[in-house]
Design a binder for this molecule. Structure first.
Ligand code: ATP
Ligand code: MG
Length: 285
């Protein structure tokens, strides 16, 4: 099915690009001379309202690509446009109002309690009086399924799933239209991972977010993706629906989706579709 049809099916008929990456080169100097080229002439478009999942082998540059789309790395060549503006203009105060980011390593401030972690971007932007900052942070805390009694807990007292939820609340505290997730379910047990996927799915729909996600986890990929972009040979070799990606002939895709792990995940997906034919999964989610 064409990506646009998929979007239209989900009530997201107005397809516009939110991010455009054109001719991107990313390179890092190597100690002792020379450089390692991570991306070479890479193109990628992210459509409004979709969940675009980036996959690729370890070290292929998924995190670097997210960082390029956040303006945290500088392209050696090429352009990155986010919400119609050069990504360099995203940086600085108020950036969290445009893009929320859930980092691969969780990254809560260990000396701050839950509420202060969530409130951090608001305080940094100096956008609201303290009373409203606390109110907004408490609202987001509840939006991600935590209780007001969790507000004063310290990061060391939280489970892995709770840490992800706090990091997500912090990413969303300024109501950005765009959310980036780097391995959102890594390190979670299967139940917490499913619960976190359910949360992401409902927030994506309720808030009308555009999401760019990196994941190695096939359950997460099948549960959430509108489209999948595959990173290999230093570029995006295909960005399309899961079905089209599965039909694309490339060794990484065979290994990733059709290895033992992939077949198991697809079997589970088929079982879930058969068990609940009226669900969103059955409609091709
Ligand atoms: N600041 C940096 N300086 C030098 N090299 C870097 C830097 N950041 C990333 N790299 C290199 O870029 C390559 C891609 O790294 P990246 O973290 O994007 O991989 P990844 O696809 O996210 O991998 P994983 O699946 O393991 O998270 C790696 O070879 C890494 O060592
Ligand atoms: Mg990474």
């Amino acid at each position: 099915m064409a990506p646009d049809t998929l979007l239209a099916e989900r009530g997201l008929a107005q397809v516009e690009s939110v991010i455009e990456v054109r001719g991107l080169w990313s390179a890092f100097p190597v100690p002792g001379g020379g450089q390692v080229v991570v991306h070479k002439d890479l193109d990628l478009t992210v459509h409004r309202g979709e969940v675009l999942t980036l996959v690729g082998g370890s070290g292929t540059g998924k995190t670097v690509l997210l960082r390029q789309m956040l303006g945290l790395n500088t392209p050696a060549k090429g352009t990155v446009t986010v919400l119609g503006r050069p990504v360099a203009e995203l940086a600085g105060p108020g950036a969290a109002a445009r893009v929320g980011m859930l980092f691969q390593q969780g990254a809560l401030f260990s000396a701050f309690n839950v509420l202060d972690n969530i409130a951090f971007p608001l305080r940094e932007a100096n956008a609201l009086p303290e009373e409203l900052v606390r109110e907004a942070a408490l609202l987001k805390l509840q939006m991600v399924g935590l209780k007001p009694t969790d507000a004063h807990k310290m990061p060391a007292e939280l489970s892995g799933g709770m840490i992800k939820r706090v990091a997500l609340a912090r990413a969303l505290v300024m109501d950005p239209p765009l959310l980036m997730l780097d391995e959102p379910t890594a390190g979670l047990d299967p139940d917490s991972s499913d619960a976190f996927c359910d949360l992401l799915r409902s927030l994506h729909q309720e808030l009308g977010l555009t999401v760019v996600m990196v994941t190695h986890d096939l359950d997460t990929l099948f549960a959430l993706s509108t489209r999948v972009a595959v990173l290999a040979e230093q570029r995006v070799i295909i960005a399309a629906s899961v079905e089209e990606v599965l039909a694309f002939d490339h060794p990484f895709i065979h290994h990733f989706f059709l290895g033992e792990r992939g077949l198991r995940a697809m079997e589970m997906l088929r079982d879930r579709k058969t068990a609940a034919p009226g669900t969103e999964l059955a409609k091709g989610q």
